[in-house]
Design a binder for this molecule. Structure first.
Ligand code: JHZ
Length: 392
């Protein structure tokens, strides 16, 4: 691994702090990012045991945003029309934003975070509250093989590729397919979105890296869709080598060529990315300092895991941002890790409340701007750090 970026000491991104624990010392780890020139994989260099992050208190719920609910609904309709699977399985089913678009008898959820699995089970969906691995795949496929496995924003969280893909191969029916969806490294580099890296995001994938990894497990990408979710993601359609029911789309090489054109196979590209990240930090600090010099009030919008990286890397805290608004019940009343900024229950933005709003959930800018039309009309401003820090 060749290290190219150091984002400093960071707390666990989704460990929101309770008021009573504000004075406790938080555990921190060094967040540095590296590039593997052999398989082109970009990953964080220190990993945290999965049980520390994905447990019975996992705060993130996919259903919190209209954009994600719509994306999962559209995809599930497409899947049912195009692939007509008898049985679908989702790895990382979270609070059910995807699985609830299927008939209960046709879908299985796998979700290790017990608080989330409880939600979908209560609604009557078969949900295994376990980590996806070979023994679980054996247990599930004893009864019936799966025709389609879907997993969004989950592969990037799992260290053990061998466990995942052996389990996939075991449980897929003869012509079954796997669909993976994760943030795109190309979009991350283009937007200098360094906040895609935090303890949970072990990897940000490029097509060229994923292709190399899949090859080892006799799996190959036969199509790619570039989606707008989570700041620009890729949806990979994957089949077994010996499944000849699908032709490899021209899209696959198109994506690979574009990634190579941007240099995602070379360390130099990531060194340049690291320089842009450092400039981004300086610029964001400058913008915020100027606002504070003029005695204006800043609040945050969307207490994301990504915000944790930005705030801690740029040393932004309670002196700069008064509080964050968020819609997630679990986060409300707690404090952001590291920066210890309070999270309040979301209320429509008004001009009396803030002059500037730091856009933590920049990936939902369109949805948020639509919701906050009045604030913008009355002269309220947002601060974003993507693709370069600016006031909008
Ligand atoms: P959002 C999480 O990252 C963690 P985060 C995880 N590791 C991952 O991979 C991605 O999700 C998928 C709030 N919000 O999706 C809700 C509002 O308050 O960018 C969420 O707390 N109002 C699993 O945390 C946060 O913002 C709104 O109008 O970086 C969004 O978090 C909207 C749209 C969102 O993921």
């Amino acid at each position: 691994m060749k290290k190219f970026l150091d984002l400093g000491l960071q707390p666990l991104a989704n460990s929101y702090i309770k008021y009573e624990k504000l004075n406790f010392k938080e555990k921190k780890f060094r967040l540095s990012i590296g590039f593997n020139p052999k398989n082109y994989l970009v990953s964080i260099l220190n990993t945290i045991p999965k049980e520390k992050m994905f447990n019975e208190n996992y705060p993130y719920k996919s259903s919190e945003s209209f954009t994600m609910r719509k994306s999962f609904k559209d995809l599930s309709l497409k899947i049912q029309k195009k692939f007509k699977p008898n049985l679908v399985l989702e790895i990382g089913s979270n609070d059910g934003a995807f699985i609830k678009n299927f008939q209960k008898k046709n879908i299985i959820g796998v979700e290790p975070c017990k608080n989330l699995a409880k939600i979908t089970r209560k609604q009557g969906y078969t949900t295994f509250s376990e980590y996806w691995n070979v023994s679980l795949a054996k247990k599930i496929s004893k009864k019936q093989k799966v025709d389609l496995i879907y997993s969004a924003n989950t592969l990037s969280h799992i260290k053990d590729f061998s466990g995942i893909f052996r389990a996939v191969n075991l449980s897929l029916s003869k012509n079954g397919i796997l669909i993976l969806e994760d943030p795109s490294l190309l979009e991350c580099v283009k937007k200098a979105a360094y906040d895609q890296f935090y303890c949970e995001h072990l990897y940000v994938f490029s097509t060229i890296a994923l292709k190399e990894i899949l090859k080892k497990f006799n799996l190959e990408i036969f199509n790619i869709e570039n989606t707008k979710t989570h700041g620009g993601s890729n949806r990979y359609f994957i089949k077994k080598f010996d499944n000849f029911s699908y032709k490899i789309s021209k899209n696959v090489n198109k994506n690979i060529n574009l990634e190579k054109k941007y240099g995602l196979h070379k360390i130099e590209t990531f060194k340049k990315f690291a320089n842009r990240v450092s400039l981004s930090k300086k610029r964001l600090i400058r913008i915020i300092k100027n606002i504070k010099k003029n005695k204006k009030k800043i609040i945050g919008y969307g207490a994301t895991a990504k915000s944790c990286t930005v705030l801690n890397y740029c040393n932004i805290g309670v002196k700069e941002i008064d509080f964050f608004y968020d819609t997630t019940s679990y986060k409300i009343g707690k404090f952001l890790p590291g920066s210890k900024i309070e999270i309040k229950k979301y209320k429509k933005l008004t001009r009396d409340e803030a002059d500037y709003v730091f856009l933590g959930a920049w990936n939902f800018k369109k949805e948020i701007f639509k919701k906050e039309k009045e604030f913008l009309k009355k002269g309220g401003k947002f601060i974003t750090h993507i693709p370069i820090p600016k006031i909008i």
